[in-house]
Design a protein around this ligand. Structure first.
Ligand SMILES: NC(=O)C1=CN([C@@H]2O[C@H](COP(=O)(O)OP(=O)(O)OC[C@H]3O[C@@H](n4cnc5c(N)ncnc54)[C@H](OP(=O)(O)O)[C@@H]3O)[C@@H](O)[C@H]2O)C=CC1
Ligand SMILES: CC(=O)N[C@@H](CCC(=O)OP(=O)(O)O)C(=O)O
Length: 338
Protein backbone atom coordinates (compact mmCIF):
# COMPACT_ATOMS: atom_id res chain seq x y z
CA UNK A 1 0.00 0.00 0.00
CA UNK A 2 1.22 3.51 -0.82
CA UNK A 3 1.01 5.88 2.16
CA UNK A 4 -0.46 9.27 1.33
CA UNK A 5 -0.80 12.56 3.22
CA UNK A 6 -3.04 15.40 2.12
CA UNK A 7 -2.38 19.03 3.04
CA UNK A 8 -5.45 21.25 2.78
CA UNK A 9 -7.80 18.30 3.35
CA UNK A 10 -10.66 20.47 4.60
CA UNK A 11 -10.96 22.44 1.33
CA UNK A 12 -13.10 21.45 -1.62
CA UNK A 13 -10.30 19.87 -3.64
CA UNK A 14 -8.63 18.32 -0.58
CA UNK A 15 -11.83 16.72 0.70
CA UNK A 16 -12.54 15.27 -2.73
CA UNK A 17 -9.02 13.89 -2.89
CA UNK A 18 -9.29 12.43 0.59
CA UNK A 19 -12.39 10.55 -0.54
CA UNK A 20 -10.57 9.28 -3.64
CA UNK A 21 -7.60 8.04 -1.61
CA UNK A 22 -9.99 6.37 0.79
CA UNK A 23 -11.57 4.34 -2.03
CA UNK A 24 -8.25 3.57 -3.76
CA UNK A 25 -7.30 -0.11 -3.44
CA UNK A 26 -3.54 0.56 -3.40
CA UNK A 27 -3.37 3.71 -1.24
CA UNK A 28 -3.96 4.49 2.40
CA UNK A 29 -4.27 7.81 4.18
CA UNK A 30 -1.47 8.59 6.61
CA UNK A 31 -2.39 12.11 7.77
CA UNK A 32 -4.76 14.93 6.83
CA UNK A 33 -3.49 18.45 7.44
CA UNK A 34 -4.80 22.00 7.69
CA UNK A 35 -2.85 25.15 8.45
CA UNK A 36 -1.27 25.66 11.89
CA UNK A 37 -3.87 28.26 12.91
CA UNK A 38 -6.85 26.68 11.12
CA UNK A 39 -10.30 27.04 12.66
CA UNK A 40 -10.74 23.35 11.78
CA UNK A 41 -7.57 22.12 13.51
CA UNK A 42 -8.15 18.86 15.43
CA UNK A 43 -11.73 18.54 14.16
CA UNK A 44 -12.69 15.31 12.44
CA UNK A 45 -12.53 15.34 8.64
CA UNK A 46 -15.93 13.66 8.51
CA UNK A 47 -17.44 16.43 10.66
CA UNK A 48 -15.96 19.27 8.59
CA UNK A 49 -16.92 17.68 5.23
CA UNK A 50 -20.35 16.24 5.98
CA UNK A 51 -20.60 14.64 2.55
CA UNK A 52 -17.99 12.17 3.81
CA UNK A 53 -19.56 11.52 7.20
CA UNK A 54 -19.45 7.79 6.43
CA UNK A 55 -15.64 7.70 6.24
CA UNK A 56 -13.52 6.54 9.15
CA UNK A 57 -12.94 9.22 11.79
CA UNK A 58 -9.70 11.08 11.09
CA UNK A 59 -8.50 14.31 12.64
CA UNK A 60 -7.39 17.35 10.70
CA UNK A 61 -3.91 17.93 12.04
CA UNK A 62 -2.52 21.49 12.16
CA UNK A 63 0.64 21.55 10.08
CA UNK A 64 3.67 23.03 11.77
CA UNK A 65 5.67 24.57 8.96
CA UNK A 66 9.12 23.43 10.01
CA UNK A 67 7.89 19.85 10.25
CA UNK A 68 6.93 19.54 6.58
CA UNK A 69 10.18 17.80 5.66
CA UNK A 70 9.25 15.03 8.08
CA UNK A 71 5.91 14.64 6.34
CA UNK A 72 7.66 14.14 3.01
CA UNK A 73 10.03 11.57 4.54
CA UNK A 74 7.28 9.52 6.13
CA UNK A 75 4.96 8.82 3.19
CA UNK A 76 5.04 7.87 -0.50
CA UNK A 77 2.93 10.79 -1.75
CA UNK A 78 1.98 14.23 -0.53
CA UNK A 79 -0.94 16.04 -2.16
CA UNK A 80 -0.97 19.80 -1.70
CA UNK A 81 -4.52 21.15 -1.95
CA UNK A 82 -3.47 24.51 -0.62
CA UNK A 83 -3.23 28.15 -1.78
CA UNK A 84 -0.54 28.92 -4.38
CA UNK A 85 1.55 30.89 -1.87
CA UNK A 86 1.64 28.06 0.65
CA UNK A 87 2.60 25.46 -1.97
CA UNK A 88 5.36 27.77 -3.18
CA UNK A 89 6.75 28.48 0.28
CA UNK A 90 6.70 24.89 1.53
CA UNK A 91 8.04 23.15 -1.57
CA UNK A 92 11.79 23.32 -0.69
CA UNK A 93 11.00 21.32 2.45
CA UNK A 94 8.99 18.70 0.59
CA UNK A 95 10.80 18.03 -2.63
CA UNK A 96 13.49 15.39 -3.21
CA UNK A 97 12.52 13.39 -0.14
CA UNK A 98 10.82 10.00 -0.07
CA UNK A 99 7.42 11.30 -1.21
CA UNK A 100 6.37 12.23 -4.70
CA UNK A 101 4.62 15.60 -4.55
CA UNK A 102 1.37 16.42 -6.33
CA UNK A 103 0.61 20.13 -6.09
CA UNK A 104 -2.93 21.13 -7.05
CA UNK A 105 -2.12 24.84 -6.79
CA UNK A 106 -0.75 27.00 -9.56
CA UNK A 107 2.60 27.62 -7.87
CA UNK A 108 4.70 25.52 -10.25
CA UNK A 109 2.65 25.39 -13.43
CA UNK A 110 4.20 28.30 -15.31
CA UNK A 111 7.73 27.69 -16.57
CA UNK A 112 8.31 31.38 -17.34
CA UNK A 113 8.96 33.07 -14.01
CA UNK A 114 8.33 36.62 -15.24
CA UNK A 115 4.93 35.58 -16.52
CA UNK A 116 4.28 33.85 -13.21
CA UNK A 117 5.07 37.00 -11.23
CA UNK A 118 2.89 39.13 -13.50
CA UNK A 119 -0.17 36.87 -13.15
CA UNK A 120 0.16 35.58 -9.58
CA UNK A 121 1.31 38.78 -7.90
CA UNK A 122 4.30 37.18 -6.20
CA UNK A 123 7.61 35.81 -7.44
CA UNK A 124 8.40 32.13 -7.82
CA UNK A 125 11.69 32.11 -5.96
CA UNK A 126 12.48 28.47 -6.62
CA UNK A 127 13.71 28.39 -10.21
CA UNK A 128 15.46 25.04 -9.78
CA UNK A 129 12.32 23.45 -8.33
CA UNK A 130 10.31 24.88 -11.20
CA UNK A 131 12.66 23.10 -13.59
CA UNK A 132 11.88 19.79 -11.90
CA UNK A 133 8.12 20.31 -12.10
CA UNK A 134 6.16 18.30 -14.64
CA UNK A 135 2.76 19.49 -15.86
CA UNK A 136 0.14 16.97 -14.80
CA UNK A 137 -2.22 16.95 -17.78
CA UNK A 138 -2.44 13.19 -17.52
CA UNK A 139 -3.42 12.26 -21.08
CA UNK A 140 -0.63 14.35 -22.59
CA UNK A 141 2.40 14.09 -20.30
CA UNK A 142 2.11 10.55 -18.97
CA UNK A 143 5.78 9.58 -19.45
CA UNK A 144 7.08 12.70 -17.71
CA UNK A 145 4.55 12.32 -14.89
CA UNK A 146 5.64 8.71 -14.35
CA UNK A 147 9.19 9.87 -13.59
CA UNK A 148 8.48 13.14 -11.79
CA UNK A 149 9.19 14.00 -8.19
CA UNK A 150 6.93 17.08 -8.44
CA UNK A 151 3.76 17.16 -10.50
CA UNK A 152 2.07 20.53 -11.01
CA UNK A 153 -1.52 19.43 -11.49
CA UNK A 154 -3.25 21.73 -14.03
CA UNK A 155 -5.92 24.28 -13.29
CA UNK A 156 -9.53 23.39 -13.99
CA UNK A 157 -10.05 25.71 -16.95
CA UNK A 158 -6.73 24.74 -18.61
CA UNK A 159 -7.67 21.06 -18.31
CA UNK A 160 -10.89 21.61 -20.25
CA UNK A 161 -9.30 24.04 -22.74
CA UNK A 162 -6.16 22.03 -23.49
CA UNK A 163 -8.09 18.77 -23.81
CA UNK A 164 -10.16 20.41 -26.55
CA UNK A 165 -7.37 22.16 -28.41
CA UNK A 166 -4.26 20.01 -28.14
CA UNK A 167 -5.38 17.33 -30.65
CA UNK A 168 -5.71 20.00 -33.35
CA UNK A 169 -2.55 21.83 -32.38
CA UNK A 170 -0.40 18.68 -32.18
CA UNK A 171 -1.55 17.46 -35.60
CA UNK A 172 -0.85 20.86 -37.18
CA UNK A 173 -4.48 21.49 -38.12
CA UNK A 174 -4.90 24.82 -36.31
CA UNK A 175 -4.71 28.09 -38.20
CA UNK A 176 -2.23 29.66 -35.82
CA UNK A 177 -2.87 33.19 -37.11
CA UNK A 178 -6.27 33.09 -35.37
CA UNK A 179 -6.28 32.97 -31.57
CA UNK A 180 -8.68 30.27 -30.35
CA UNK A 181 -11.45 31.90 -28.30
CA UNK A 182 -12.31 30.00 -25.13
CA UNK A 183 -15.47 30.86 -23.23
CA UNK A 184 -15.82 28.79 -20.10
CA UNK A 185 -18.31 28.69 -17.24
CA UNK A 186 -17.39 27.29 -13.85
CA UNK A 187 -19.46 26.27 -10.85
CA UNK A 188 -18.84 28.15 -7.63
CA UNK A 189 -16.75 25.42 -5.97
CA UNK A 190 -14.02 26.51 -8.41
CA UNK A 191 -13.44 29.48 -6.14
CA UNK A 192 -12.75 27.37 -3.04
CA UNK A 193 -14.57 26.99 0.24
CA UNK A 194 -13.65 30.23 2.01
CA UNK A 195 -16.47 32.75 2.31
CA UNK A 196 -16.33 35.72 -0.05
CA UNK A 197 -18.87 38.27 -1.23
CA UNK A 198 -18.50 37.34 -4.93
CA UNK A 199 -19.36 33.72 -4.29
CA UNK A 200 -22.10 34.23 -1.73
CA UNK A 201 -25.51 32.78 -2.61
CA UNK A 202 -27.28 36.08 -3.22
CA UNK A 203 -24.49 37.60 -5.30
CA UNK A 204 -23.73 34.80 -7.77
CA UNK A 205 -25.22 35.39 -11.21
CA UNK A 206 -23.72 34.25 -14.53
CA UNK A 207 -20.96 36.76 -15.19
CA UNK A 208 -17.60 36.99 -16.94
CA UNK A 209 -14.58 37.79 -14.80
CA UNK A 210 -10.82 38.03 -15.22
CA UNK A 211 -11.39 39.23 -18.78
CA UNK A 212 -8.10 39.32 -20.74
CA UNK A 213 -6.22 38.96 -17.47
CA UNK A 214 -6.93 35.55 -15.90
CA UNK A 215 -3.86 33.55 -14.79
CA UNK A 216 -5.11 30.54 -16.73
CA UNK A 217 -4.49 32.37 -20.03
CA UNK A 218 -0.69 32.01 -19.79
CA UNK A 219 -1.09 28.47 -18.44
CA UNK A 220 -3.12 27.44 -21.49
CA UNK A 221 -0.76 29.29 -23.84
CA UNK A 222 2.35 27.69 -22.29
CA UNK A 223 1.19 24.16 -22.99
CA UNK A 224 -0.66 24.87 -26.24
CA UNK A 225 2.22 26.89 -27.66
CA UNK A 226 -0.38 29.25 -29.08
CA UNK A 227 -1.94 32.47 -27.88
CA UNK A 228 -5.63 32.35 -26.96
CA UNK A 229 -8.46 34.58 -25.80
CA UNK A 230 -9.77 33.04 -22.59
CA UNK A 231 -12.86 34.35 -20.81
CA UNK A 232 -13.98 32.59 -17.62
CA UNK A 233 -17.49 32.98 -16.24
CA UNK A 234 -18.90 32.21 -12.82
CA UNK A 235 -22.16 30.27 -13.09
CA UNK A 236 -24.85 29.81 -10.46
CA UNK A 237 -24.27 26.10 -9.98
CA UNK A 238 -22.01 24.22 -7.60
CA UNK A 239 -19.76 21.98 -9.67
CA UNK A 240 -18.59 21.59 -13.23
CA UNK A 241 -17.00 23.51 -16.08
CA UNK A 242 -18.22 23.88 -19.63
CA UNK A 243 -15.70 25.30 -22.09
CA UNK A 244 -16.88 26.29 -25.55
CA UNK A 245 -13.94 26.95 -27.83
CA UNK A 246 -14.01 28.59 -31.24
CA UNK A 247 -10.89 28.00 -33.33
CA UNK A 248 -9.92 28.13 -36.98
CA UNK A 249 -8.37 25.27 -38.91
CA UNK A 250 -6.11 25.71 -41.92
CA UNK A 251 -7.79 26.00 -45.34
CA UNK A 252 -8.37 22.53 -46.79
CA UNK A 253 -8.70 20.81 -43.41
CA UNK A 254 -11.83 18.66 -43.50
CA UNK A 255 -14.28 17.59 -40.82
CA UNK A 256 -12.83 14.11 -41.20
CA UNK A 257 -9.28 15.41 -40.50
CA UNK A 258 -10.52 16.99 -37.27
CA UNK A 259 -12.36 13.81 -36.24
CA UNK A 260 -9.27 11.70 -36.92
CA UNK A 261 -7.15 14.04 -34.77
CA UNK A 262 -9.48 13.57 -31.79
CA UNK A 263 -9.74 9.81 -32.33
CA UNK A 264 -5.98 9.39 -32.76
CA UNK A 265 -5.21 11.19 -29.51
CA UNK A 266 -8.05 9.94 -27.34
CA UNK A 267 -9.29 6.53 -28.54
CA UNK A 268 -7.08 4.77 -25.98
CA UNK A 269 -7.77 7.24 -23.14
CA UNK A 270 -10.45 5.80 -20.85
CA UNK A 271 -11.27 9.10 -19.14
CA UNK A 272 -11.83 11.11 -22.32
CA UNK A 273 -15.26 10.52 -23.85
CA UNK A 274 -15.81 11.72 -27.41
CA UNK A 275 -19.54 12.28 -27.22
CA UNK A 276 -22.15 12.32 -29.97
CA UNK A 277 -23.53 15.73 -28.98
CA UNK A 278 -22.16 18.85 -27.29
CA UNK A 279 -21.40 17.91 -23.69
CA UNK A 280 -23.51 18.69 -20.65
CA UNK A 281 -22.05 19.58 -17.28
CA UNK A 282 -24.47 17.24 -15.49
CA UNK A 283 -23.05 14.27 -17.40
CA UNK A 284 -19.58 14.74 -15.90
CA UNK A 285 -20.30 16.08 -12.42
CA UNK A 286 -19.09 13.61 -9.79
CA UNK A 287 -17.14 11.70 -12.46
CA UNK A 288 -13.46 11.76 -13.50
CA UNK A 289 -14.35 12.12 -17.21
CA UNK A 290 -13.84 14.89 -19.71
CA UNK A 291 -16.52 14.91 -22.40
CA UNK A 292 -15.59 16.37 -25.80
CA UNK A 293 -17.57 17.14 -28.94
CA UNK A 294 -16.95 19.42 -31.93
CA UNK A 295 -18.46 20.76 -35.14
CA UNK A 296 -16.54 21.92 -38.21
CA UNK A 297 -17.63 24.35 -40.91
CA UNK A 298 -15.47 23.40 -43.90
CA UNK A 299 -16.45 26.58 -45.80
CA UNK A 300 -15.43 29.13 -43.17
CA UNK A 301 -12.78 26.84 -41.56
CA UNK A 302 -14.19 27.47 -38.10
CA UNK A 303 -14.40 24.68 -35.56
CA UNK A 304 -16.36 24.85 -32.31
CA UNK A 305 -15.30 22.44 -29.58
CA UNK A 306 -17.17 21.75 -26.36
CA UNK A 307 -15.46 20.25 -23.29
CA UNK A 308 -17.08 19.51 -19.94
CA UNK A 309 -15.43 18.42 -16.70
CA UNK A 310 -16.09 18.37 -13.00
CA UNK A 311 -13.77 21.11 -11.73
CA UNK A 312 -13.12 19.26 -8.47
CA UNK A 313 -12.42 15.91 -10.16
CA UNK A 314 -10.88 16.02 -13.65
CA UNK A 315 -10.14 19.70 -12.93
CA UNK A 316 -8.36 18.91 -9.64
CA UNK A 317 -8.57 15.77 -7.46
CA UNK A 318 -9.15 12.93 -9.94
CA UNK A 319 -6.53 14.33 -12.30
CA UNK A 320 -4.10 14.43 -9.35
CA UNK A 321 -5.00 10.79 -8.70
CA UNK A 322 -4.48 9.91 -12.38
CA UNK A 323 -1.01 11.44 -12.02
CA UNK A 324 -0.31 9.50 -8.83
CA UNK A 325 -1.39 6.28 -10.53
CA UNK A 326 1.05 7.01 -13.36
CA UNK A 327 3.82 7.89 -10.90
CA UNK A 328 3.32 4.62 -8.99
CA UNK A 329 2.95 2.55 -12.14
CA UNK A 330 -0.67 1.72 -11.36
CA UNK A 331 -3.46 1.58 -13.96
CA UNK A 332 -4.35 5.25 -14.66
CA UNK A 333 -8.01 4.84 -13.72
CA UNK A 334 -7.43 2.84 -10.54
CA UNK A 335 -9.58 4.15 -7.70
CA UNK A 336 -11.44 6.40 -10.12
CA UNK A 337 -13.81 4.07 -11.92
CA UNK A 338 -15.90 1.27 -10.45
N1 LIG B 1 -11.63 24.41 -6.45
C1 LIG B 1 -11.25 24.03 -7.66
O1 LIG B 1 -12.10 23.76 -8.54
C2 LIG B 1 -9.80 23.88 -7.98
C3 LIG B 1 -8.82 24.29 -7.09
N2 LIG B 1 -7.51 24.16 -7.44
C4 LIG B 1 -6.45 24.60 -6.53
O2 LIG B 1 -6.38 23.69 -5.45
C5 LIG B 1 -6.01 24.38 -4.26
C6 LIG B 1 -7.11 24.17 -3.23
O3 LIG B 1 -8.30 24.72 -3.75
P1 LIG B 1 -9.70 24.61 -3.00
O4 LIG B 1 -9.87 23.26 -2.42
O5 LIG B 1 -10.69 25.13 -3.94
O6 LIG B 1 -9.47 25.68 -1.82
P2 LIG B 1 -10.20 25.77 -0.41
O7 LIG B 1 -10.10 27.20 -0.01
O8 LIG B 1 -11.53 25.12 -0.46
O9 LIG B 1 -9.25 24.91 0.54
C7 LIG B 1 -7.94 25.28 0.86
C8 LIG B 1 -7.39 24.30 1.87
O10 LIG B 1 -6.05 24.65 2.18
C9 LIG B 1 -5.95 24.79 3.62
N3 LIG B 1 -4.91 25.78 3.89
C10 LIG B 1 -4.96 27.11 3.67
N4 LIG B 1 -3.80 27.68 4.04
C11 LIG B 1 -3.01 26.67 4.48
C12 LIG B 1 -1.70 26.61 5.01
N5 LIG B 1 -0.98 27.73 5.15
N6 LIG B 1 -1.22 25.41 5.40
C13 LIG B 1 -1.95 24.28 5.26
N7 LIG B 1 -3.21 24.28 4.77
C14 LIG B 1 -3.72 25.46 4.38
C15 LIG B 1 -7.35 25.20 4.05
O11 LIG B 1 -7.59 24.93 5.41
P3 LIG B 1 -7.35 26.05 6.57
O12 LIG B 1 -7.45 27.40 5.93
O13 LIG B 1 -8.44 25.78 7.56
O14 LIG B 1 -6.00 25.77 7.07
C16 LIG B 1 -8.16 24.26 3.18
O15 LIG B 1 -8.12 22.95 3.69
C17 LIG B 1 -5.82 25.85 -4.64
O16 LIG B 1 -4.48 26.10 -4.94
C18 LIG B 1 -6.67 25.97 -5.90
O17 LIG B 1 -6.19 27.02 -6.69
C19 LIG B 1 -7.13 23.60 -8.63
C20 LIG B 1 -8.05 23.19 -9.52
C21 LIG B 1 -9.48 23.33 -9.30
C1 LIG C 1 -14.76 29.87 -10.28
C2 LIG C 1 -13.35 30.24 -9.88
O1 LIG C 1 -13.13 31.21 -9.16
N1 LIG C 1 -12.37 29.47 -10.37
C3 LIG C 1 -10.99 29.72 -10.06
C4 LIG C 1 -10.11 28.69 -10.76
C5 LIG C 1 -9.95 27.41 -10.01
C6 LIG C 1 -8.69 26.65 -10.41
O2 LIG C 1 -8.51 25.96 -11.37
O3 LIG C 1 -7.74 26.86 -9.60
P1 LIG C 1 -6.21 27.23 -9.71
O4 LIG C 1 -5.72 27.47 -11.05
O5 LIG C 1 -6.17 28.45 -8.88
O6 LIG C 1 -5.54 26.10 -9.08
C7 LIG C 1 -10.53 31.10 -10.52
O7 LIG C 1 -10.98 31.58 -11.55
O8 LIG C 1 -9.61 31.62 -9.90
Amino acid sequence: MFKVSIIGASGYAGAQLTALVHQHPAMQIADLYVSADSADAHKLFSAVSGQYAHLAARPLTPLVLNECAKVAESVDAVFLCTPHEFSHDVMPQLINKRAKIFDLSGAFRLPDLDTFAAFYGFANQHASIQQQAVYGLAEWFADDIANASLVAVPGCYPTASLTGLLPLQRTGLLDTTFRPVINAVSGVTGAGRKASLTTSFCEVSLQAYGVLSHRHTPEIESYLDQQVIFTPHLGNFKRGILATITAKVKPGVTANDVEQAFIQHYHHQPLVRLTSAFPKVDDVVNTPFVDVHWQVDEQSHYVVIGCAIDNLLKGAASQAMQCANLAFNLPPTQGLLP
